[in-house]
Design a protein around this ligand. Structure first.
Ligand SMILES: C[S@@+](CC[C@H](N)C(=O)[O-])C[C@H]1O[C@@H](n2cnc3c(N)ncnc32)[C@H](O)[C@@H]1O
Length: 252
């Protein structure tokens, strides 16, 4: 295992206290789907776009790539991959929330990508996909929402070809104390209010924030990747560690 980060974050992969059921999570995203993209750009000052690019830029370009994106939401990772990975031969996105997929499909139609990218409704912890059928599996800001982190990572490992790569983007907490204090102030006191105001669902943004503060990150998340069976696992903190990009390989 190699890690760019020595941080050890979070306590449990099970997420915040009083976590909703799997269906409850899908319903929560159904409710916030209409304003999801707008709020992502607004609340992250558009850093979310740059973070997804960093993830996509880790996809190999020297060979054909069949890509699976879990918890794909409104398909931003797949759209970014389509633009930046010339060797992409297939792209499938899976999400539990029907409404997130509706907005994703609208975007794909608008961009003329509905023939190139396929979106399916499904559960990341129980995929109806063949073993060893993808070169790369990604998940952006979704792993902390799936309720059973090792099960979702296990499914990523199963559907990857030997030598295939998993790329995971997730929120984390800044290591520097001062940056962390400033960030947590914004994150706890401004972000849920703004999210609630624009989406009309204050509870959703309060829950989503709590999950960030309780979810494992850095070396703690690397340990989970190792335990699931990935090799050459690494973590790259992005923007002072507000997000982290993890990578792991399926052994040959
Ligand atoms: C914060 S959004 C991330 C969406 C997108 N990946 C992005 O980068 O914006 C989290 C997504 O995870 C989905 N999700 C949560 N649990 C899931 C599960 N068990 N299986 C599939 N999707 C799930 C939600 O429906 C939601 O669309």
């Amino acid at each position: 295992m190699g890690s760019d980060s020595q941080r050890d974050g979070g306590a449990t992969a099970k997420g915040a206290k009083e976590a909703p059921s799997r269906e409850g999570v899908a319903q929560l995203f159904d409710r916030i789907a209409p304003t999801y993209d707008l709020l992502n750009r607004l609340l992250s000052f558009r850093r979310d776009v740059a973070w997804r690019r960093r993830l996509v830029d880790r996809i190999p370009r020297n060979r054909p790539v069949r890509l699976l994106d879990l918890a794909t939401g409104t398909a931003d990772v797949l759209i970014t991959a389509h633009r930046r990975v010339p060797t992409l031969t297939g792209a499938v996105g899976i999400d539990m929330s029907e409404q997130m997929l509706v907005h994703g499909r609208e975007k794909l139609t608008r961009l003329g990508l509905d023939g190139a990218i396929e979106l399916q409704q499904g559960d990341a912890t129980a995929l109806d996909l063949a073993d060893g059928s993808f070169d790369v599996a990604t998940i952006a800001f979704g792993i902390r929402n799936v309720m059973d982190t090792p099960a979702a990572l296990g499914e990523m490992l199963r559907i990857l070809k030997p030598g295939g790569r998993a790329l995971i983007l997730e929120f984390s907490l800044p290591r520097n104390r001062v940056v962390r204090a400033i960030y947590l102030c914004f994150f706890r006191h401004i972000l849920p209010g703004l999210g609630g105001l624009v989406s009309g669902d204050p509870k959703a943004y309060t829950y989503l924030n709590q999950t960030v503060e309780t979810y494992p990150y850095g070396p703690a998340f690397i340990r989970i990747l190792d335990e699931v069976g990935f090799t050459e696992c690494s973590c790259t903190p992005l923007t002072f560690g507000i997000a982290s990009l993890y990578s792991g390989h399926k052994p040959l």
